[in-house]
Unconditional design. Structure first.
Length: 478
């Protein structure tokens, strides 16, 4: 939601005169840039375990952070109070931390954006605020969800459903005179079900997360989650670990995009490249994958978990092509990296809360659809595996090496999906995997799961991918 400026000034008990005074104090030791970040976030959650509410809660996080940049030094301080005295104290602390460096040119955009946020351009309008109803009013929806799962598969022996939500009021101001504000909703449902058959157990987790209010809790959503959590359970009971080795891997559309996010996306973040620690450092303008492949980080998709009206530096949300037709064309920039490279910020300056300074972070990272058909891709593989659900992964940004654990998939034999597989590792190298892409299907799915990215801080993100064939990866099996 986007309210009028006075709404935010009232929440934080501030005005323009105070903002200017805090910035002036922060730059008193000679810094070249200062920005202020105000946040008021309310959180709530309900946990349903086997039909009973076992925990729940509601709390508020409130405060402001002051950042001062001078040369390569960053001074950052925060306060859980927005009183004038506390804000000025923060400003002096941040100024002292950044003092002594040789100032560089300002980190603002070449043409400061002083326009007023436009409610008509809001990417996540709320129809029913999460706090507009008591917490227990959401319990029947969770109980109905549990009943739907039981009705679909009587083998379910345990179910944990967690509903969490938050609403954040944000205001940002900087030494270029840019004033931006935003109200960000976020609702998430995660579901973990345990199934038992002939003395064996299997579990499956699904989730949905949107920048929306309580209007997202519809019968259609509970139907979809229930179907999703029981889908493929028969195959899981039948699944085996295949023989390992190097082979072709087909990544299923949708949630497989987490491999793109982790194994490639982080290496496109500009701070890693500015410091020379990314495998893609110095490769701007180079071909890094076959023609026809486009990889995007997008903050503009309405209602998506990773979308933003403004990033946490006040830069408007935007769509950034990192790879165009196989060529590396852009890193993901915050103000610091944009100043270093002499380009405009891409709207990727993000932070976990007012307690942290922003870093270049992804929003929604995905690969555009290609021209192939998913069935044709599978039928072209003589021997390989099809994977559609990943879990834990590890990535080395500098070398680009990655390992991901696969929860479910199938062997591909002579162009057909055969034996279900599980509990295997996919091992590879990000740049090598990009170069080894052989086909991209026309079935892009942006996954709406509750993905959270950790990079010193945690932020909500989204990911997606069409069906993609990678010529060779190492599969760790029997």
């Amino acid at each position: 939601m986007i309210f009028q400026k006075e709404h935010y000034f009232g929440i934080f008990s501030i005005d323009t005169t105070l903002l200017q005074k805090v910035v002036s104090e922060a730059l008193s030791s000679g810094g070249s840039w200062c920005d202020l970040f105000f946040e008021n976030t309310s959180y709530g959650n309900l946990l349903l375990r086997d039909g009973a509410v076992t925990s729940g809660g509601f709390h508020v996080d409130f405060g402001a952070g002051v950042r001062v940049l001078s040369g390569e030094k960053t001074g950052y301080a925060y306060s859980e109070s927005t009183s004038p005295a506390d804000l000025l104290s923060c400003a002096r602390a941040a100024s002292a931390i950044a003092s002594g460096a040789t100032p560089v040119s300002p980190y603002g955009t070449p043409n400061p954006s002083r326009g007023t946020p436009n409610p008509n351009a809001d990417r996540y309008p709320v129809l029913k605020g999460w706090e507009s109803a008591p917490m227990d009013s959401y319990l029947p929806w969770l109980q109905e969800l549990e009943a739907k799962v039981k009705a679909l598969d009587p083998r379910m022996v345990k179910l944990i459903a967690n509903l969490s939500f938050q609403s954040s009021d944000i205001l940002m101001y900087n030494s270029a005179g840019e004033l931006k504000w935003d109200s960000r909703p976020l609702g998430s449902i995660s579901l973990m079900a345990v199934f038992s058959q002939n003395g064996l157990t299997e579990n499956k987790s699904v989730s949905r997360s949107l920048r929306a209010g309580a209007e997202m809790l519809t019968p259609e959503l509970s139907d979809s989650l229930a179907r999703e959590v029981v889908k493929g359970i028969d195959q899981r009971f039948e699944a085996r670990r295949p023989k390992g080795g190097q082979m072709s891997v087909v990544m299923g559309a949708g949630a497989s995009g987490i491999l793109l996010h982790e194994a490639m996306g982080h290496a496109f973040e500009a701070d890693f490249n500015r410091k020379g620690t990314s495998i893609f450092a110095g490769k701007m303008g180079s071909r890094i994958c076959p023609e026809g492949i486009n990889i995007i980080d997008d903050g503009t998709i309405p209602g998506l978990r990773g979308s933003l009206n403004y990033d946490d530096e006040g830069i408007p949300g935007q769509k950034t092509y990192m790879v165009e037709d196989g060529i590396l064309t852009s890193y993901l920039h915050d103000r610091i990296s944009a100043a270093h490279y002499g380009v405009r910020p891409t709207g990727n300056g993000r932070r976990e809360s007012f307690r942290y300074a922003p870093l270049p972070r992804m929003r929604c990272t995905y690969m555009e659809s290609g021209n192939a058909k998913a069935d044709d891709i599978i039928s072209s593989v003589a021997k390989g595996i099809f994977v559609d659900e990943f879990s834990n992964g590890q990535v080395q940004i500098g070398e680009g090496d990655f390992t991901f654990f696969v929860k479910s998939g199938f062997l591909i034999e002579n162009g057909r999906l055969t034996m279900p597989v599980k509990d295997i590792n996919i091992i590879g190298n990000g740049p090598a995997a990009l170069a080894d892409i052989r086909a991209v299907a026309n079935d892009l799915i942006i996954d709406q799961g509750a993905w959270t990215c950790g990079k010193e801080q945690s932020v909500p993100v989204s990911c997606g991918i069409p069906t993609v064939l990678i010529d060779k990866l190492t599969v760790g099996g029997e």
